[in-house]
Design a protein around this ligand. Structure first.
Ligand SMILES: [Zn+2]
Ligand SMILES: [Zn+2]
Length: 179
């Protein structure tokens, strides 16, 4: 596979994401680390990304690594942290990239200057990178659907709540509780 330069990766990610921003740039650098280590982390169904935020950076992973919510190989943990873990299901190798606190510093820099500076750095320059144990969170499973007694939508059984003898979906449960 021909290795793409950081600018090409950035263009591809921005095309998907819709705008240029420091967040997507950070995601590009995380993706670059994996692409540069494609002997350990092949870019296919066997790659699983675990992200601890749902900000702009995640779109770069979806665009460049093919780790997507739809395929179930992108897992979101709602921790509000800029940590990115990658797991190779074939080799059982895993690595965690954690944004160094100082990487987002330089408050005197403009947004554009910050993006330019980030693009001049290597992934190792902005992330703490360490090998971790292979223990990815459980993959999304297919559950049977149950019809919500209130709105009639077929709903994954694990998202159905019993409320006053009705099986209801999440939005219906919230509305019923507020009635
Ligand atoms: Zn953005
Ligand atoms: Zn409902």
């Amino acid at each position: 596979m021909i290795k793409m330069e950081i600018r090409q990766l950035m263009n591809k990610a921005v095309e998907f994401h819709g705008h240029t921003c420091p967040g997507v740039t950070i995601g590009v650098l995380a993706a670059k680390y994996i692409l540069d280590h494609d002997n350990e982390f092949s870019i296919d169904e066997e790659l699983v990304a675990v992200v601890e935020n749902d900000n702009c950076s995640v779109d770069a992973l979806q665009a460049l690594l093919g780790t997507t919510f739809g395929k179930g190989n992108l897992i979101h943990l709602d921790y509000g942290k800029n940590n990115f873990s990658f797991y190779n299901r074939t080799t059982k190798k895993a690595v965690k990239l954690s944004l160094k606190t100082r990487s987002f510093g330089d408050r005197e820099l403009s947004r554009e200057e910050r993006i330019t500076k980030l693009l001049s750095l290597k992934p190792e320059g902005i992330f703490e990178i360490k090998d971790i144990d292979f223990n990815p969170p459980e993959m999304a499973q297919i559950h049977e659907s149950i019809i919500c007694d209130r709105c009639g939508d077929p709903t994954m059984s694990t998202r159905i709540t019993n409320y006053k003898d009705l099986n209801v979906c999440v939005p219906c449960y919230k509305e019923l509780k507020n009635e």
